[in-house]
Design a protein around this ligand. Sequence first.
Ligand code: ZN
Length: 256
Amino acid sequence: MANEGLTGGSVGVFKVFGVPVRLHFTFLLLIVFLLFIGIGGKQSGASTALYILALFGSVLLHELGHTFVAARFGIHTKEIVMYPIGGVSRPERAPKAGEELWIALAGPAVNILIAAGITFWSWRENQFTSLTALLEPTDANLAQRIAVGNLILGAFNLLPAYPMDGGRVLRSILARFRPEDEATRITAATGQALAVGLGLFGLLSTNFMLVFIAMFVYLGAAQEGAAAGDARLQRALDLLRANQVAEAENAVPCSC
Ligand code: ZN
């Protein structure tokens, strides 16, 4: 099967440095949402389109940050899948704890660099507007909104919980003191707790974008936790089988 090992529900769109970039079907929801909040404001249609493209590009550059650092450790990236709350790079092999720390940090670092670059440019061009003015999208504050978008992307991804990059950083640090699957379970539980808190806050403040994000965080964390659980179960089964084999071997020479 051509799609073997690739994420279901996604379509291949293009390749960057040999890595296929695929859109998950839920990504369409984000585009519809951004169009919905973008239209009717004071910005032109071109600005709305540019803003969406710039954020898409920023998420992609974030993922390529992971891809490049992973490649430095000799880990090829199988695919990059774009979800509404960000992308996911799927490496060919799981990185070791020490490698994972740097691969995870590379993504948010790209967003922080983009934000810093645009901020520096705006400052030099004297195009600075106040943060409250950014709440109303106009053509003039487009660049700064892209900078803020990147800051939010960077900060959100640094939250120390799965499936965010910060969760991977936390896991690679925990893995120095504890078995790896235990570190994964702790980080996945943190992710689920954070998602529940975020979801409740979103419901109470009727911010449905937050509820939507919380849902994705919860599902992502649950998936990672389940994968760690599977690995643990597999190890227990292997151990059991090894014991049975040893017992069977012991039984042969014994004639008692
Ligand atoms: Zn990332």
